[in-house]
Design a protein around this ligand. Structure first.
Ligand SMILES: Nc1ncnc2c1ncn2[C@@H]1O[C@H](COP(=O)(O)OP(=O)(O)OP(=O)(O)O)[C@@H](O)[C@H]1O
Length: 681
């Protein structure tokens, strides 16, 4: 051990000691709070009869305040305990211009020596910590709310401290970032998604800390860290705007519950509370208020995978186009101009002129169409009241309301939607009667019309929206999100991983809905070994992808002589996995039916089946579909049934790509009969 390392070890002990003292102090404070709280409650209980309302309210408030402070102290203790395990991961010695260099230690949370009023550890989100991610040695600067600070970095060091012990430290005269990153990526994944604060890369840091973008679109190749970065970005925003934005003010739109559970660790690990999360289908059900049962996105994809109905595909393709959104907008203009058939209206002895009705209807041009009718009715009531110089009866008021509504061609959003297809001359593109469910492709179009016709303000409280798997949403869905969420947005995805090629959205499509968006493209892939990434390129090639130099075994394609032999091979691969050092294995099938069959046949202990209904991610061996595996990753992936009949269409190809890119270290495919053409060399 050299002198520097010795010094660092000693310093670590000093910090740990200070942390222990701080924990003890918080402990005392927590005890004190709960003691006072108990006393206060006791007092209230005993003096209830002699206290008036004002006293009770004041007492309640003080109890709430105490409880809140107590909770904050408990949260603080939690952070201190975590710091005790791993107080910091980086250090930079930074000398602002004309000043001496001082060490800045960077960790998950900040830690201040209260007696000496000195920052001992800086939160990774603090302005000064950006130096660690953005610069090597030499000239550097960072931005504070009061302006830029320039200076020089004299030393940059990384540490791995686990369970309070220094495992290694590396100075930046070697290629530190890559080395530590390599070690991190080589680890096995046993559980849910982890935070990456110690190894955030420069381009990722720029996305995380971007404060100006109204809409940030992150389009990145498989495994480029999109989801990780987006979650760290939320943590950053919570820190940066801690006085105005709380975790409950954010919303994550996630593709399914399993994914939501998979990512649910990251923010709490970063010391933030759990963030509300909602699936697209849940959002739709909410917005349609359960009035129209509809096919789910999963069901749409399953239908595409199982039967190749050209009319169904045509409907999806049309409704996923930008043109569809434009036509809906044109239709809305059309109905505004032509569907309000204002004629003179007789109310008892009073004649309300049609011209008056039209004028009032036009005055409210900012109000959603159907809502305007209520306002026009109100104006008509005032008109009649003025003309008759008396108050109107309830009956008269209601009659006026009904009469105005009748002047508009339809009152139900669904009638307008059906009419839209007649108007564009394509009635065959809408399939729905009361006995069937709405097709998924119609769901957001109907919601869009509803928004424009009736207006909705259900999500006004959201201050930042995160949308993952953006490629799976259509322009109409984005138009809905844009109207529903006026707040800033982070939208991420990868067009190569769409599960529905007939409705894939690229960053360019999304930019058309959000012209003000900042688009970032990420090409460096962190998840898989070079061998796996190269293999997946055979399915869908992306010349821009840059795999991180990390090597492992070549992916293996096993040809089997019969289905029975294929099952045996799969069984053997499971046994091999159980004897290996890998912790997670994903057996990823094309369809749910295949996954269920595999689950039934394999019957191996500790094998879990993940389906659309699953609500949590399970570790170990998981059998699932490519659609559900999106966003997840496994040490080893096994893709069974990779034969030509299974993977033959454009949708199948996307599924195969998603399945293969879930593997971090090892990938195996099995097939009986001819291999899918997507893998032929
Ligand atoms: N800077 C980094 N340091 C360490 N690990 C990283 C870094 N960036 C990404 N990773 C790791 O790479 C893997 C892929 O990250 P993530 O799932 O966020 O990527 P993604 O782009 O959302 O992937 P996909 O679109 O394929 O689902 C994760 O294991 C993540 O921890």
């Amino acid at each position: 051990m050299n002198a520097t390392e010795q010094e660092e070890r000693e310093y670590l002990e000093v910090i740990k000691e200070k942390l222990t003292v701080a924990i003890r102090r918080v402990d005392d404070a927590v005890k004190q709070f709960s003691h006072e709280l108990r006393e206060k409650k006791q007092y209230l209980h005993e003096h209830q009869s002699s206290l008036d309302d004002a006293d009770m309210v004041a007492a309640d408030q003080s109890i709430n305040r105490m409880a809140f402070t107590g909770e904050a102290a408990v949260a603080r203790k939690h952070k201190l305990l975590k710091l005790g395990q791993s107080p910091y991961f980086g250090r930079i010695d930074f000398a602002p211009q004309n000043k001496v260099a001082l060490p800045v230690y960077i960790g998950m949370y900040s830690f201040v020596d209260e007696q000496q009023r000195q920052g001992l550890i800086y939160d990774w989100r603090a302005p000064i910590a950006s130096l660690f991610y953005d610069y090597e040695l030499g000239a550097a600067s960072f931005t504070t709310p009061s302006g830029p600070i320039r200076g020089t970095i004299a030393l940059k060091r990384q540490y791995k401290i686990r369970d309070g012990r220094l495992e290694f430290m590396i100075d930046s005269d070697v290629n530190i970032h890559d080395d530590v990153l390599q070690r991190e990526l080589a680890k096995s994944s046993d559980d849910k998604m982890k935070n990456i604060v110690a190894t955030i890369q420069r381009d990722q840091n720029a996305v995380i800390r971007n404060e100006t973008a109204q809409v940030m679109v992150i389009q990145g190749v498989a495994g480029s860290g999109k989801t990780s970065i987006a979650l760290h970005r939320l943590a950053f925003l919570l820190y940066r705007y801690r006085d105005t934005i709380k975790a409950k003010d954010l919303l994550i739109i996630s593709p399914n519950k399993v994914f939501a559970d998979y990512i649910s660790n990251v923010l709490p690990e970063l010391g933030e509370e759990h963030i509300p999360e909602l699936g697209m289908d849940e959002l739709a059900a909410d917005l349609l208020e359960g009035k129209y049962p509809f096919q789910s996105f999963f069901e749409q994809v399953s239908a595409l995978l199982q039967d190749h109905d050209p009319a169904f595909i045509e409907r999806i393709r049309f409704k996923s186009s930008f043109d569809f959104l434009s036509q809906l907008n044109q239709y809305l203009l059309h109905i505004e101009n032509h569907y309000f058939a204002a004629t003179d209206l007789r109310v008892g002895p009073t004649l309300v002129p049609g011209a008056f009705l039209v004028a009032r209807f036009k005055t409210y041009h900012r109000v959603p169409l159907l809502k305007r009718l209520a306002l026009v009715a109100e104006d008509v009531r005032a008109y009649v009241r003025d003309a008759t110089r008396r108050k109107l009866t309830g009956r008269e008021k209601a009659t006026i309301g009904e009469a105005i509504f009748r002047l508009f061609r339809f009152q139900q959003v669904l009638d307008f939607y059906r009419d839209f297809y007649r108007w564009i001359g394509r009635p065959e593109l809408f399939r729905y009667d009361q006995r069937t469910r709405l097709e998924y492709a119609d769901v957001f179009a109907l919601i869009y019309l509803r928004l424009r016709l009736e207006g909705l303000s259900a999500y006004d409280q959201v201050k930042h929206l995160l949308v993952d798997e953006m490629q799976d949403y259509t322009p109409v869905q984005y138009a809905v999100l844009s109207r529903l969420f006026a707040c800033r947005k982070t939208i991420l995805g990868d067009v190569s991983q769409t599960v529905n090629p007939y409705s894939a959205s690229s960053a360019e499509t999304i930019e058309r809905v959000f012209p003000q968006a900042d688009v970032v493209k990420l090409y460096r892939s962190y998840r898989s070994t070079v061998e796996i990434t190269t293999f997946a390129q055979r399915i869908t090639s992306n010349p821009h992808i840059i795999p991180l130099e990390r090597h492992g075994p070549e992916p293996v394609v096993v040809r089997c002589g019969s289905p029975a032999e294929e099952w045996q091979t799969i069984q053997q691969l499971i046994t091999d996995f159980q004897g290996s050092s890998h912790q997670s294995l994903g057996i990823i099938c094309k369809t749910l039916r295949q996954a269920q069959e595999a689950y039934r046949v394999l019957q191996a202990p500790a094998v879990h089946l993940l389906t659309e209904e699953s609500t949590s991610f399970t570790e170990g061996i998981v059998i699932t579909t490519a659609h559900l595996a999106k966003g997840l990753e496994f040490d080893a992936v096994l893709v069974p049934f990779a034969s030509a009949p299974t993977y033959k269409t454009e949708v199948d190809k996307r599924m195969l790509y998603v399945a293969c890119t879930r593997a971090m270290h090892q990938l195996t495919l099995t097939h009986t009969g001819e291999l899918t053409a997507f893998l032929s060399v």
